[in-house]
Ligand binder design. Sequence first.
Ligand code: NDP
Length: 596
Amino acid sequence: MSGDRPTTNYDPAALKEKYREERDKRLRADRDAQFQDATGVFEHFADDPFIKEPLQRAPVSEQVDVLVVGGGFGGLISASKLVKAGVTDFRIVEQGGDFGGTWYWNRYPGIRCDIESYVYMPMLEEVGTIPSERYAKGAEIFGHCQAIGRHFDLYDRALFQTRVTRMDWSEEEARWIVGTDRGDRIEARHVMIGQGPLMKIKLPGIPGIQDFEGRIFHSSRWDYDYTGGDTEGGQTRLADKRVAVIGTGATSIQIVPKLAEHAERVYIFQRTPSTIAARNNGPTDVAWFKSQPKGWQKARMENFLTIISGLPHKEDVVGDGWTDFWTRFAKRMAEQAASGADRPPPEIMQEVDFEKMEELRAQVRELVKDPKTAEAAMPWYNYLCKRPLFSDNYLQSLNEENITLVDTEGRGVTGISAHAVHVGDDRYEVDCIILATGFDVGARAHEAGGYEVTGRNGVTLSAYWSDGVKSLHGTQVHGFPNFHIVGGTAQGTLAFNYTHVLEIQGEHAVDQIACDLAEGIDVSEVSEEEQAEWYALLKAKKVDKQKFYEECTPGFLNNEGNFRDKPTFVGSAYGGGPVEYTGIIAEWRQARKARR
Ligand code: NDP
């Protein structure tokens, strides 16, 4: 495949029509109601399989300067910045048994980061971690989270296996009174909410799912007692088992090649094929890594963010599958400008998109030997309709004799019974079902955490946001003093490299908190006027994505095909992009300091 050579032998009108047909097959009346939370009778799906001995401890009653909710990258970045700012009186509450968040929970075989580790894994320079590969294994990223915890002395400040259950603002004390499921009472001057978007697991609401008598679990709660092995593979206990994997997203394509090594049979139930480009992973050149100048990681992250935000850039430092799409677009725009052609950017973008997708489909044809399977694995939609995926072994694994790709032609699995998965009249007998069906990515932070936040005058965040998010910068809320969201996408910002957003918003929060504590200011709150101004700017900078997402195949980016009535976090993030957003919030902090 050439990244530069235009592919011209396609018919744009025919492709558009094919995309529309494929989308229409997938549109469902129940839209996002098709999914089931892990609550009530499904609660056990969220149980922690990694804790061998449940923690026993007495409830904690204390006052702290800051409470950090979450011990994943959001919480770790927040806490490390607090330490660096000289704030030492803080507590971290984390539901899992260790730091890690997403990387604590997701330990399925084959797990890797799909963003380059040199830009994704935060604080490499400070902590001294050298990722062994360009796209690091999950266990290594989990290890890096633990290393951050040790480096910044965070373990003693953490309450693990503990879930926040409520958060109430006390006017008298000018503190947040935070309760947990272990009976703790933590009175915190400031709170930082660092729960990420992959916190709340999504189960498919498939009829009969409760009737299954074999082993069934979500990919983020992997049962190694049942499968054997570890994240590297070795699932030998599946040698006499027929395994169903439901879903073909980022998780599934990493799991399947590992299952192929040992399971008697693997049925992959596909509703929509993903776009899968070559990963081209490889070992880190340690000499190169060690020769990097101070501050190189920040510069690399910023270069990556600039490119995938579609902004002008001098060089593509990362130069991988992610940046490829945007560098092609930038190059084509420059060519057009040089030739004097006056074509609108969306038209050029669509052209680059068709070419990219044609190449990806050609690659499926090349790698998947059985023509029927290859046809089924081809994605028919615009490139950014779904999160782009990369793999060096998924498509290849479809050639294995023990793998069957079950193409449900957009319908999905229609039923589950005691010993089988059903697609229409077809029945597949299985021993185990792995639900690689993802997460409620758009859930608001406190909802994902399953608790309510009550601000001034008894107003809850759920009530205040009942008609949609109201905030300043997606991170602070009027009526909720000393309250900071780290990872706020709705009315905030978005980036494929999510840890970069956490860096930006973590810095924003800690800078304010550290100033307030140093200056003895007990209460800080953003005003309604500031929120109104931010909303006006959001409107002015809004990029109209409606047409694009309406034409897309359903998924979490377009609210399962319901973008018009209920735009997702994608539709409400700041339209000027994360680079501009970073500048705006930095300026706001400067002005805040100047006012004092
Ligand atoms: P996704 O939401 O991306 O995929 C869920 C899959 O389940 C889709 O293929 C979906 O099909 C399918 N599905 C849902 N319901 C049914 C049904 N009833 N029948 C059949 N199929 C069904 O979840 P993932 O866990 O794969 O990924 C979630 C996110 O996690 C990613 O977007 C990414 O942000 C992150 N991730 C990141 C990784 C990394 O390396 N950084 C690795 C893994 C995940 P359909 O497409 O038709 O909806």
